[in-house]
Design a binder for this molecule. Structure first.
Ligand code: MRU
Length: 347
């Protein structure tokens, strides 16, 4: 299994996803600032992986700290703030940083070396847990994939977006492992092309059959009867079951609904944010206009054109057939189901 992140010799090593599929290269981050930049520039991306990366970035920051013991609290706060400022939508980032904060607070009177070690241990623990969680999501989720199914997905909610196995692609992997999957239909995911560059690459590595379509081909492909189920990931799930995920997800949900195709969201419970009542309150990241104006650094339009570039959208809960978590599939209505599983789970 390809590693998306590991810690070695005081350095966070990140698989640089901005270079895939042309180049398989790791980015060496030896400071928290470098980790923050890698998250912001999408060298590392995907909600669960962003969280674990920030946790490693924070632990490494403390590990590198050479100031006075009295200054460590302030340094920890500032480093955490820096990492939290990288991307606003995926709640896993804040979830992971809060989890690290609790460990820090419980150990802050220890020697700095000891504090750094417990923080690194916690980041490693999150890494291992994420893989187990994704396997559980895959196991529960494969039930929604009938024998011989064609599955549509968008963006990359795979091994590359997590510490391994993936969420939406974890479900697809588990279904493929049971011989139930016919083919994956991957939407290219304009403008950053996570579907075309990452999902296609990842699935082909595992010899899972995949067809690539542009985002605008989804409706026609569904109409042709090619799609049995849509499965996507999530960046934040509000208490009422509204889901923020990669831009284009909402359109897929509307199209699936129109064509009577079940639409599932696969995500760990760390993506559920009970503090936010509805999706309307989820902060949606807007990224640089050149992401839309350019492809691989070349302009495909008039360079000065005004661009609107939201990185995510919100799918209303009534378009979602079920939310697949590591504790099972939650069905509508979501308010009670989400509250129940979330409050019975750490974090
Ligand atoms: O901008 P990205 O590539 O970080 O967006 C990723 C997504 O929208 C994924 O679907 C989501 O984070 C779930 S990843 C398991």
């Amino acid at each position: 299994m390809i590693k998306t992140i590991y810690f070695e010799e005081n350095t966070v090593m990140l698989l640089d996803q901005s270079q895939l599929p042309e180049k398989l290269a790791y980015e060496r981050c030896s400071s928290s600032l470098q980790v923050a930049e890698a998250i912001n520039k999408l060298k590392v991306r995907g909600a669960p992986l962003i969280g674990v990366t920030a946790a490693f970035g924070l632990a490494m920051g403390v590990n590198n700290y050479s100031g006075s013991a009295a200054g460590l609290d302030e340094y920890f706060r500032e480093t955490k703030k820096l990492l939290a400022s990288t991307r606003p939508t995926a709640v896993n980032l804040f979830w992971a940083l809060e989890r690290m904060d609790k460990i820090y607070q419980a150990n802050r009177h220890e020697e700095p070396d000891r504090i750094a070690q417990v923080l690194l241990d916690e980041a490693e623990k999150m890494y291992e847990e994420d893989i187990q969680i994704n396997r559980a999501i895959g196991e529960y989720g494969q039930e929604v994939v009938d024998l011989g199914s064609n599955v549509m997905t968008i963006c990359n909610a795979g091994a590359l977006a997590t510490c391994g196995y993936g969420t939406a692609l974890g479900v697809i992997r588990s279904a493929a492992g049971r011989g139930k999957l016919k083919r994956v239909w991957a939407c290219e995911t304009r403008p950053v092309l996570q579907g075309a560059r990452l999902t296609v690459w990842e699935l082909l590595q595992d010899h899972i059959p995949v067809s690539l379509i542009t985002d605008s081909m989804a409706g026609y492909t569904m109409k042709l009867g090619q799609i049995d189920v849509v499965i996507v990931g999530a960046d934040r799930i509000a208490a009422n079951g509204d889901v923020a995920n990669k831009i284009g997800t909402f359109s897929l949900a509307v199209l699936a609904n129109y064509n009577s195709i079940p639409f599932y969201v696969a995500a760990p419970l760390s993506t559920v944010d009970l503090s936010i009542e509805t999706g309307a309150l989820i902060p949606i990241e807007e990224r640089h206009q050149d992401e839309v104006r350019q492809i691989s650094g070349n302009y495909l339009t008039v360079p000065e054109v005004e661009v609107f570039n939201p990185a995510f959208d919100v799918t209303p809960h009534d378009l979602i057939s079920g939310i697949i978590t590591e504790r099972g599939i939650i069905r509508p209505s979501y308010v009670d189901g989400l509250k129940q599983v979330k409050t019975n789970t750490r974090g």
